[in-house]
Design a protein around this ligand. Structure first.
Ligand SMILES: [Zn+2]
Length: 274
């Protein structure tokens, strides 16, 4: 079961914001989300990427408009979930499960397009987020207006699932489907409760390390970005430990894919032929 990681949008930033000692100039980051087709559960989304809910919806709050104006995400419409699902022969209603690795805007923007799906995430983090003030969430890069009502009722807590061994020196992970095919891996530091996904049965095993870093090169010692990237991390000490852990997995022969890495990966979705 090989996932694909389509690119929902691009965001262009100063390269030094995301990689220490980067050459001067700007870099075009991707904003991936994932789709896997499970033999029992059917199509499953891993986050949702950016959508017009962030960039264009008329009812957006002033703060979300400001966020979109500053970051200027350029949506890649032919890689949006609905388009990708259609290419795979599915409709949005076929998606019964959405895995949320964390609640940042670029991971949850299109949640309202999947009102029937169960949400696999950390229940305690979702509950804490929904119980927090708008300001406290904003401080964490979270826009509760992107979280549809009723999410708690649809939530399956990944922390309630059995923990099983993961490959290549990774700590144990939560077995999402009970078949060992996809493990939720704690990757603390970037955001509250942030986790990635390990696919132990792929050769070599894959770790979708989500937002541990924005660039693969930043996994190397001394290359993780400093301020302001450090300042926005939920837990800087944990972030450093997690970065080293993902780097060690890669050194041991594992494949690592990051949500935002500009480079193509073997799991990217090819552009539609025109
Ligand atoms: Zn994030």
């Amino acid at each position: 079961m090989k996932p694909v990681f389509p690119n929902s949008a691009t965001v262009t930033v100063n390269g030094r914001l995301v990689l220490r000692k980067a050459p001067p100039g700007r870099v075009v980051l991707k904003v991936r989300y994932g789709v896997l087709v499970h033999p029992v559960h059917g199509p499953v989304l891993i986050d949702t990427g950016y959508g017009p809910q962030v960039t264009a919806a008329p009812g957006r709050s002033l703060t979300l408009r400001l966020y979109s104006t500053v970051l200027r995400p350029m949506l890649v419409e032919d890689q949006a979930p609905q388009a990708v699902l259609a290419r795979m022969g599915f409709t949005p209603a076929d998606v019964r499960l959405v895995i949320l690795t964390h609640l940042h805007a670029d991971h949850v923007a299109r949640l309202d397009e999947f009102p029937q799906a169960r949400i696999l995430t950390r229940r305690a983090v979702l509950a804490a987020t929904l119980g927090r003030s708008r300001f406290a969430n904003l401080h964490r890069g979270i826009f509760p207006e992107l979280l549809p009502p009723g999410l708690m009722d649809r939530c399956t807590d990944i922390d309630s699932l059995p923990r099983v061994a993961a490959p290549l020196g990774l700590p144990d992970g939560s077995d999402l489907f009970g078949d060992g095919s996809v493990l939720a891996m704690d990757l603390p530091g970037h955001a509250e409760g942030h986790f990635g996904l390990c696919f132990p049965h792929l050769a070599p095993p894959l770790l979708y390390a989500c937002d541990v870093q924005w660039r693969v090169q930043a996994l190397e010692p001394g290359r993780a970005p400093g301020y302001p990237a450090r300042a926005v991390a939920e837990d800087r000490a944990a972030w450093e430990v997690t970065t080293a852990q993902v780097a060690a997995f890669a050194r041991a022969g594992g494949q690592v894919v990051l949500c935002h890495q500009p480079e193509d990966t073997p799991f990217d979705l090819p552009a539609v032929a025109r």
